[in-house]
Design a protein around this ligand. Sequence first.
Ligand code: GSH
Length: 248
Amino acid sequence: MDMSEDRNNAMEARKEPFWVFGYGSLCWNPGFQYQQSITGYVKGFSRRFWQGNTTHRGTESKPGRVATLIEDKEGITWGKAFLISADDNAALPYLSTRECKLGGYRTHTVNFHPRPNLFGSSSSSLSITEKKNALLYIAVPENKHWLGAAPLPDIAKQILECHGQSGPNAEYLLRLADFMREEIPEALDEHLFSLERLVRKFASDMKICLRTLMGEEPQEEKQEVKAVVPSYQFASRIPEKKLRCVNM
Ligand SMILES: N[C@@H](CCC(=O)N[C@@H](CS)C(=O)NCC(=O)O)C(=O)O
């Protein structure tokens, strides 16, 4: 699959509004200005916590694990796309620092499929449901932070133990799982939700309060996960967090 980076420059050169697709922390903490956001999916990829991270969610000596995409002909990965305006000159440099410089990701252009309109699309909203060209940031096995596959319990233990400049690695996983459950409850992701279940189990076994770990008031631990009414302001309900290591 051609993962050339020159399309990024083409998007910059064209100076037209463009879409960025997020499937990890960008879903719940985009960190840049955007005109609108739409949940939806990309085909041909599956999400995996196979990318190591030594800045945001880990250290050089104890790298954490963050999300990337692996090629999977039958794969569908759900997330959120953000429309960035033509005259925005800040988003791409910010993402290049956050994703590429600090995270080992590279750009790739895909077709983004907006989530089918749950209430029947009128002709006026047809443009919202049409697939769109989007930029995404993917970590490929050749990058220096790549960790690759491991037994899920080992990945879960690593996530529970690691912490970086942006906070606990567990926060990254749990916020992504919460985002998917609350904004796209129909989306399946066995890898993500199995990891969430394992992290919650190991935290309970080790008497670790995840709410405290995530810097929230200690509360009664979620005993079971209930489907909730989709909230379209998910990101706005998460405490604003500027990523210190991006420093932009
Ligand atoms: N490219 C993926 C993953 C992005 C991601 O998680 N990047 C890391 C860079 S290492 C990050 O920004 N982490 C911020 C954080 O952990 O809060 C996405 O579209 O969401």
